[in-house]
Ligand binder design. Structure first.
Ligand SMILES: O=P(O)(O)OC[C@H]1O[C@H](O[C@H]2O[C@H](CO)[C@@H](O)[C@H](O)[C@H]2O)[C@H](O)[C@@H](O)[C@@H]1O
Length: 281
């Protein structure tokens, strides 16, 4: 792992000391699951389950905080099983789906969430015409129940299509009281209000956490980074981890540690597990 400064290294050491009170918050795509062309074909890294269960034994809790619908993340990640194994060891796995709009935990195994926002159905009705108008009629449209994600990754010139689409979708979303969440070759349209920073603050308060690690890779993780940085400014030991890629580096300059993709995230979490166990022994 590559610390971005000596302060980052000190933050890691401080977090190890409070591991038993620490919540580890993890994004899903790009952090636990490698990025693939087809969103429905994403899978959690093969080592993730074992790493998360080992980590769970050393920390207060593990929380997956994702833009995915909670049910989808549970299925693509095998997270029900991970939650069961953590539960057997007396620890909990938490899942915040759709940017904090949905919740699931290994103790309460139901996905809880709101109804779709007013305006989403009419937005979807107008979407095909807008896509065709900017020559993006072939974009993959992911219906997420509470949101819609327009993916450009599989279009011939994904970057140009993204640039043409963003202002159009911002305008259409605004007309339907919705907001856009741009990401890696994706523009998501959803209700305003909730974001990953809200999820971070919620779990800190609920569990009375004494430390926080968050790992992210994309623009949708910025609010979580801001929330964790605020916790750090207020005196809590924290660590911000950027899972790096060639396509998005917005988090790199804000992170304490930069790691190469999901494999790098898991290496760091293994190290944290070992260091926390050694200190406790
Ligand atoms: O918050 P996350 O867990 O990072 O979820 C954000 C979005 O991830 C998914 O899209 C991303 O991953 C796909 C599969 O690797 C990739 O094809 C796409 O280009 C990425 O943007 C997911 O499809 C979205 O619904 C999530 O909101």
């Amino acid at each position: 792992m590559e610390f971005t400064s000596s302060q980052g290294e000190q933050r890691y050491a401080a977090l190890v000391r409070v591991a038993a009170e620490t919540v580890v918050g993890l994004d899903f795509d790009g952090v636990l699951a490698p990025i693939v062309d087809d969103p429905s074909a994403a899978h959690i890294h093969p080592d993730a389950g074992e790493v998360l269960v080992g980590l769970g034994a050393q920390v207060l809790a593990v929380a997956v905080i994702t833009g995915r619908p909670a049910r989808q993340a549970l299925d693509l990640g095998g997270l029900e099983e991970v939650g069961t194994a953590m539960g057997d060891a007396g620890k909990d796995l938490y899942l915040f789906g759709q940017y904090g709009n949905e919740r699931w935990s290994s103790t309460n195994r139901r996905v809880i969430g709101p109804r779709p926002p007013h305006g989403l159905a009419s937005f979807e009705g107008e979407l095909p015409r807008v896509l065709r108008r900017v020559d993006a009629g072939e974009a993959y449209v992911e219906d997420k129940g509470l949101a819609v994600a327009v993916h450009t990754r599989r279009l011939p010139d994904a970057e140009a299509a993204f640039a043409r689409l963003l202002p159009e979708l911002e305008a259409l979303a605004a007309r339907h009281d919705l907001v856009v969440e741009p990401g890696r070759s994706v523009i998501e349209v959803r209700s305003p209000g909730s974001h990953k920073g809200t999820a971070v603050r919620t779990i800190v308060e609920e569990l009375d956490a004494g430390g926080f690690l968050f790992a992210g890779d994309d623009l949708g993780d910025l609010e979580a980074f801001e929330a964790v940085r605020q916790l750090g400014d207020d005196g809590m030991p924290t660590l911000l981890v950027a899972s790096s890629s060639d396509e998005e580096n917005a988090l790199v300059g804000l992170a304490d540690v930069v790691v190469p993709g999901p494999a790098g995230v898991l290496t760091l979490l293994r190290q944290l597990t070992e260091d926390a166990a050694s200190l406790r022994a």
